[in-house]
Ligand binder design. Structure first.
Ligand code: SF4
Length: 142
């Protein structure tokens, strides 16, 4: 029996899923049963990220607050360089994609460039990483 938390809604029910029959207990609604079974059979996720906006000259000012800098062990390539950060456009997959494809999806998102004008819902990458999902803009850009 596998224990997982349902992320379909904010209630976050604690589910128990039988690894052979995929039967689910602990769900407060039918969506939890579907989520629990799918999570063991073939987990999927919506991927959210950002893409660089071109032309390259389009930029936003560097954050003044050090807390705004990337929270990784890598130094920010823009810190102290005098360069502004590239402008970025928020994007997401228009449907959940297999978890196993997430790195391939991110690799394609990191390669693509967005050129304004762009409207919410515009497809930037069709059939990303060979899935049936598309990467779409979640913000309009003039
Ligand atoms: S089982 Fe239903 S109520 Fe519980 S977290 Fe999942 S969607 Fe929400």
């Amino acid at each position: 029996m596998k224990e997982i938390i349902c992320i379909t809604c904010p209630k976050g029910c604690h589910l128990k899923v039988d690894e052979e029959s995929f039967s689910v207990t602990g769900n407060s609604c039918p969506r939890g049963a579907v989520y629990g079974a799918n999570e063991l059979r073939s987990p999927v996720r919506v991927v959210t990220s950002t893409v660089v906006v071109e032309p390259v000259g389009a930029s936003i000012a560097r954050p003044q607050n050090p807390d705004c800098l990337p929270r990784t062990s890598d130094a920010c390539p823009y810190e102290g360089s005098g360069k502004d950060l590239p402008r970025r456009l928020p994007v997401k997959t228009d449907r959940p994609i297999p978890k196993g494809k997430m790195f391939a999806v991110m690799a394609e998102i990191n390669r693509v460039r967005a050129t304004p004008p762009i409207k919410v819902g515009d497809v930037l990458i069709p059939h990303v990483a060979g899935t049936d999902g598309n990467v779409v803009a979640t913000k309009s850009l003039e």
